[in-house]
Write a protein that binds this ligand. Structure first.
Ligand code: AMP
Length: 392
């Protein structure tokens, strides 16, 4: 059965078509700059990449082109061959622990959660509605980025804020990137040959998050109420004191939206380095002695190491620390900085093994008290697996 895995952002739409249950990737691609004057899309198939310019007013137009191209490239003869479309949905509140077939009730819930994920849920819903229009026969599935954290115990998700904020407004710690952390957990369960794995999983990319996994289930996380929490990210500040917001508003005359926008889009690696949100540029800056890049790298890795300590102290044992995401999979400098700062925990880097990119690799020496691995993530496949399991 063919399953489409979809990730719709505000101006982009990524897709991968899988043959399931073989988990074979047939074709993938991305539509970019949707809603702008000029848009483009690229398609990858059989090792070849095709890029085309176009004009896309909205997500529907992207989905229309996608369905036409699938037929043009002889990937499918007709749309009935697509058995299911799985959508990444960032916020499912505390209603959904597992993926669900999309019904009106589900779309209403996604809409009702717009205020908790204003940057993501509206685009996710646009994607869902576009596919409902163009592939109406395929069953659609919502795979929630917040689903995997639902096993967190209450003492790990509550704030010490007035209790009624939790009861009335849903103010609690959620956790994002769950699809990736779930994929890493399942990968390590297969690798270690047991379900009850104990892990610390570090997803380091444009967005960054860490989870502790106890007996195969999410136990705690660096993420919090919003997607700008915990670790330092490409442009997001991660944790800051809430009182900074009204203080900067008063001092600068900025509105609350402007201050929050700055924290989301002008903070993180970009804000500290003043150069870039991309860790490749930060690395170059570090190598050439740029002080702001050195500071950015230091803050970035210190925050990660701090969270590893915080998560580790509540674990009885740790089978592995796993690195994933664009930075986690590719940046040997960042992994080296982090692991060297963990030497007090008896973790010993294998420098040679660490000089690897994007491949499952053990990067610590045999004597290391905790083994560390690069584990490439595959959120698209995770979405396809959940979708297949629900629609088959
Ligand atoms: P993601 O959001 O997981 O796609 O990660 C994107 C980020 O990964 C980029 O912004 C870069 O910071 C980082 N990245 C990608 N490739 C490399 C690389 N070869 N070396 C270091 N960082 C990389």
């Amino acid at each position: 059965m063919k399953i489409l895995s979809v990730n719709a952002g505000s101006s982009s739409l990524k897709f991968t078509l899988f043959e399931m249950p073989e988990e074979k990737e047939i074709i993938s691609g991305v539509f970019e700059r949707i809603g702008e004057e000029t848009s483009l899309y690229s398609i990858k198939m059989n090792g070849e990449k095709i890029k085309k310019d176009c004009v896309l007013k909205n997500h529907e137009e992207a989905v229309k082109i996608l369905t036409e191209e699938l037929i043009n490239y002889n990937v499918i003869k007709n749309l009935h061959e697509i058995g299911g479309v799985g959508h990444r949905v960032v916020h499912g509140g505390d209603k959904y622990a597992d993926s669900v077939i999309i019904t009106e009730d589900v779309t209403n819930t996604i809409r009702n959660l717009f205020h908790l994920a204003p940057l993501h849920n509206p685009s996710n819903l646009m994607g869902i509605e576009a596919f409902q229009e163009f592939i109406p026969d395929a069953k659609e599935v919502a795979v929630f980025d917040t689903g995997f954290h639902q096993t967190m115990p209450k003492e790990n998700y509550m704030y010490a804020a007035p209790y009624e904020w939790y009861e009335k407004y849903g103010v609690r710690r959620y956790a994002y990137h769950g699809i990736s952390h779930q994929y890493i957990t399942e990968y390590m369960q297969n690798y270690l040959g047991k379900k009850d794995v104990n892990l610390i999983t570090c997803h380091l990319g444009g967005g960054c998050s860490m989870y502790s996994i106890k007996d195969g289930k999410c136990f705690d996380t660096s993420m919090s109420f919003s997607t700008n929490s915990g670790l330092i990210m490409g442009t997001r500040s991660g944790d800051i004191d809430a009182f900074i917001v009204p203080y900067v508003m008063k001092e600068s005359g900025m509105t609350m939206e402007e201050v929050l926008d700055s924290l989301n889009k002008k903070g993180g690696l970009l804000g500290v380095s003043g150069i870039s949100n991309d860790s490749r540029d930060i690395e170059e800056g570090v190598e050439s002695g740029n002080e702001r890049c050195i500071l950015a790298q230091e803050l970035f890795t210190n925050r990660i190491v701090g969270y590893i300590g915080k998560l580790a102290i509540f674990m009885d044992k740790i089978d592995a620390i796993c690195f994933t995401g664009g930075i986690g999979e590719n940046s040997s400098m960042t992994r080296k900085d982090i692991i060297n700062k963990l030497s007090k925990l008896g973790i010993v880097l294998d420098e040679e093994a660490n000089n690897t990119r994007g491949k499952f690799t053990l990067i610590t020496k045999a004597e290391s008290k905790i083994p560390c691995y690069i584990v490439p993530t595959n959120e698209e496949l995770m979405i396809a697996k959940d979708t297949y399991n629900l629609v088959k």
